[in-house]
Write a protein that binds this ligand. Structure first.
Ligand code: C5P
Ligand code: MG
Length: 167
């Protein structure tokens, strides 16, 4: 059996007024949203990077450049799906993904099941392949501007190679 391939993804965006907060494709009730060229869904971005990394396909910015007007306000779940299509074209499939979202606010626990369902549907995998954890930051110095609230995500994935032939 071929060894599993692992990939690591990270992303972080600042919280600003006047934007909708979307995480894992789910709209979250909050007074601010994440600033970014696309919809700034840090969970979708970190997961996309983890998948691309595990497949040896570089990173999200190479495939979906933020300088490209085509990706202005893009639905990041569609970029995630595109990355999954690339993996599937290489006979790779998701073994499991484990993510940590860092946010002082809002509380994300109530959205855990909705985010897992949303990601599982987009990736076309069983929900039990996905795990989400939430942590407050409590002073961890993330981001360049002091005092700027951010939401960040770490994701690790393992891929399995589809069997190419029978025994
Ligand atoms: O980071 P901390 O140890 O304070 O997290 C405690 C619990 O609060 C965790 O189990 C986590 O699921 C939850 N949490 C949350 N939303 C956040 C941060 C933490 O639901 N934004
Ligand atoms: Mg991003």
């Amino acid at each position: 059996m071929a060894a599993a391939r692992v990939g690591l993804g990270f992303d972080s965006h600042p919280l600003v007024e006047g934007r909708t907060l979307i995480l894992g494709g789910v709209r979250i009730e909050h007074d601010r949203g994440l600033h970014g060229h696309s919809d700034a869904d840090v969970l979708a971005h970190a997961l996309t990077d983890a998948l691309l990394g595990a497949a040896g396909l570089g990173d999200i910015g190479q495939h979906f450049p933020s300088s490209d007007p085509a990706f202005k306000d893009a639905d990041s779940m569609e970029l995630l799906r595109h990355a999954m299509d690339m993996l599937e074209g290489r006979q790779l499939r998701l073994g499991n993904a484990d993510a940590t979202l860092y946010a002082d606010a809002p509380r994300l626990g109530p959205y855990r099941d909705a985010m897992i369902q949303s990601l599982a549907m987009k990736l076309r995998v069983e929900p039990d392949k996905l795990n989400l954890k939430f942590k407050t930051l409590e002073g961890l110095p993330l981001g360049s501007a002091e005092g700027t609230a951010v939401i960040a995500a770490h994701v690790i994935v393992a891929l399995e190679a589809e069997a190419r032939c029978c025994v």
